[in-house]
Design a protein around this ligand. Sequence first.
Ligand SMILES: *Cc1c(COP(=O)(O)O)cnc(C)c1O
Length: 529
Amino acid sequence: MLRILRIQRLPVDQFHVKFAVQLNDTHPSIAIAELMRLLVDEALLPWAEAWQVTCQTFAYTNHTLLPEALERWPLEVFGRVLPRHLQIIQEINAQFLEEARIHFLGDEARIARLSLIDESGERYVRMAHLACVGSHAINGVAELHSELLKRDVLKDFYELWPQKFSNKTNGVTPRRWMVLSNPKLADLISEHIGADWIKDLAQLRTLEPLADNPEFRARWREIKQHNKQEFAALALRRTGLVIDHKSIFDVLVKRIHEYKRQHLKVLHIVSLYHAVKSNPAIEMLPRTFIFGGKAAPGYHLAKLMIKLITAVGEVINRDPDVRDRLKVVFLPNFNVTNGQRVYPAADLSEQISTAGKEASGTGNMKFSMNGALTIGTLDGANIEIREEVGADNFFLFGLSAPEVFALKTQGYRPMDYYNANQGLRDVIDLIRSGSFSRGDTELFRPLIDGLLNQDPYLVLADFQSYIECQAKVAETYASPERWTRMSILNTARSGKFSSDRTIREYCADIWRVKPVPIQLLTHAEAGIA
Ligand SMILES: *Cc1c(COP(=O)(O)O)cnc(C)c1O
């Protein structure tokens, strides 16, 4: 960027006029110290001017509400690897804390919380604090997330600089997540409303009246069936499992994490299995449970959750009592390429994180655009999806973020839920008995004991609500016309979740850039032979 300024003979103090730099999470936030180094040490700008330029250049997007996920580097390591950058950060901190002390006179506890250096024990550089101080704009990625940043994670910064904060709800690109991945659905839509929706997703709204058209509904269903058959062929190649494309495809694909609660889904599956074993003649909606997702290499409990999913699958998939009514598939190597085959084949989108933990989610948007119905909590962008598609077209369950907060404040006791709920006891006891681990009662102990003793993500508190909501899902799926109508309305009302809308908001509110009309010339007009 500095080279471009030089070539264009623009003064370096105009850097922020020419460039905007968006910090996509804290990972690149060292760039704030690096730009200061370049401006002060190499371009020889006075510190105060360099700081003005830097703050006007950067903006920061936060992506997580989990405090343990906020990046921190041991001061000692930092100083050894980047000594000059550490000096610069310490100078930024000194000037910042001077300003903060005037604003929060006498509140030294607040000053210690705001500092770029965590001095409570071993010293750390707080990269999110560097990002906040060195940026003129700070945003979250869904309405609830941005509110919780102001109220909780970045409260002290919000009280210092409320004008820096805004929301930019995430989106996904309809070119990849509809046109490329679901061409048959894209063609059907274009056949009825033209192709302009691909560049202006709000136009999907004009599909709404077709939700009441039986022929259109039949074609919508045929395409979903086709996508499900294609996925079944992929699943057979990758896992050797035969799945029934007439069963409901109930899909939970995302990174494996306790807050995303893959274990809550497993408790549901085991409860259905327990019902079959107690009464093999029971009537039950045939379900295919599709999982996908990776665990971080050092995250032991997440790996144990994958083990639990595949272990439950191995038992259920070969039990003759189940008679193919329940199937569990774990699709290995979940990535965007495999995702393109999964989202268009889903009937039910599982968005079951503990309320207040998922910043936005984007998988939730991909599913809804492709006509899957969501079962979800009031978390992240689920809230906005439900607002758009309508409460009647969304399966809501579980505690809200304020209810989660209240329960934790009053003292949450997961054992009380276990003791009070026979169905929950049956499920936990079946896993504990070693039924899914060849009699090994130790294998899943860290997971099960974790749920009974701490359960930091309130899996047991939301269990009953989730089970009851899944019963409503089954009842609705039994009426194909009703389900299809809801599916069409989900796609028709998903226009807000195009990344085109998101990017326009960044352009208007943060980067202050306007569209540049591009004149398309013919070869002759451009003077090309
Ligand atoms: C969209 C996507 C995600 C994000 O999924 P969430 O359900 O929002 O967590 C993760 N991984 C891949 C491969 C994706 O395509």
